[in-house]
Design a protein. Structure first.
Length: 261
């Protein structure tokens, strides 16, 4: 009979493990932190996130960890921004989407945190983010001059996105003293080092429509096609049909950039 009661009590504790009497200290700590976090306590929100991340007092759940750090970030907590950014750099797609969405929303707290981070750390990823925010006016006041400064800082550290952004600016003539030489230098790097299909396609268009070098254009269409651009692959496959075409007549001198966006 005693064994029967012992088993009954044990079963109750197992089935009602969230009750204080049967839960572990870690589970009770998680429940207490969660209660405070749900009321908006930013420190508790980060504690809950850490507990989810480690699987302490609850099941390990990275998505829930990101969710609670996002909650803390929405209250402008710098540690939360730092954690989310670090996770994004490490390949956490959920964290990357949170950062991306906050940037697109123009979150001013994130923007100023990233700006300070870029100034203090010399991190090329942060430098690119600052440039992008100045370029788009999301989170920071739109300032093309500052955008270019920060793009160049990041580009000097081989940030592919910054290099491509500068390449696009030269390609479309969006800045003073833009040049085809710089456009091809930057876009070639983005295409070859960054495996960027759009950059490779632009290079193909440059050689096809501006330089009128069909063989170089074909080579770039092949590269862009291999990187996933279907239109470029079609152009590579139909080389004999278009190799003598372009916006200029064969005997006409070049008249300037013929880029098509």
């Amino acid at each position: 009979m005693k064994n029967y009661y012992k088993k009954t009590i044990l079963n109750l504790c197992l089935s009602l493990s969230l009750l204080t009497a049967c839960s572990s200290p870690e589970q009770r700590a998680f429940k207490a932190a969660l209660s405070s976090a749900e009321k908006g306590d930013v420190i508790a929100q980060m504690k809950v996130a850490d507990l989810y991340f480690a699987g302490t007092g609850t099941e390990k759940n990275i998505d829930e960890s990101v969710h609670w750090y996002h909650k803390a970030a929405q209250q402008a907590n710098p540690q939360a921004f730092s954690w989310l950014m670090e996770q994004a750099y490490k390949g956490n797609q959920v964290a990357a989407k949170v950062i991306h969405d906050m940037q697109n929303e123009g979150n001013i707290f994130l923007a100023h945190w990233v700006l300070e981070s870029a100034k203090q750390s010399n991190d090329p990823n942060a430098q690119y983010a600052v440039a992008w925010m100045y370029d788009t006016g999301k989170g920071l006041i739109k300032d093309p001059h500052q955008a270019r400064i920060w793009y160049e800082k990041a580009a000097k550290q081989n940030n592919v996105l910054a290099i491509k952004a500068l390449g696009n600016q030269h390609y479309f003539g969006e800045i003073e003293q833009s040049s085809n030489a710089k456009a091809t230098e930057y876009l070639t790097y983005a295409a070859e080092k960054g495996k960027d299909a759009d950059a490779a396609m632009k290079m193909a268009h440059y050689y096809h429509y501006d330089v009128r070098d069909p063989e170089m254009a074909r080579q770039w269409y092949v590269k862009a096609g291999a990187l996933g651009d279907a239109d470029s692959q079609r152009m590579a496959d139909t080389y004999d049909e278009w190799k003598n075409t372009g916006p200029l007549q064969p005997n006409d001198p070049p008249t300037g950039s013929q880029h098509e966006e």
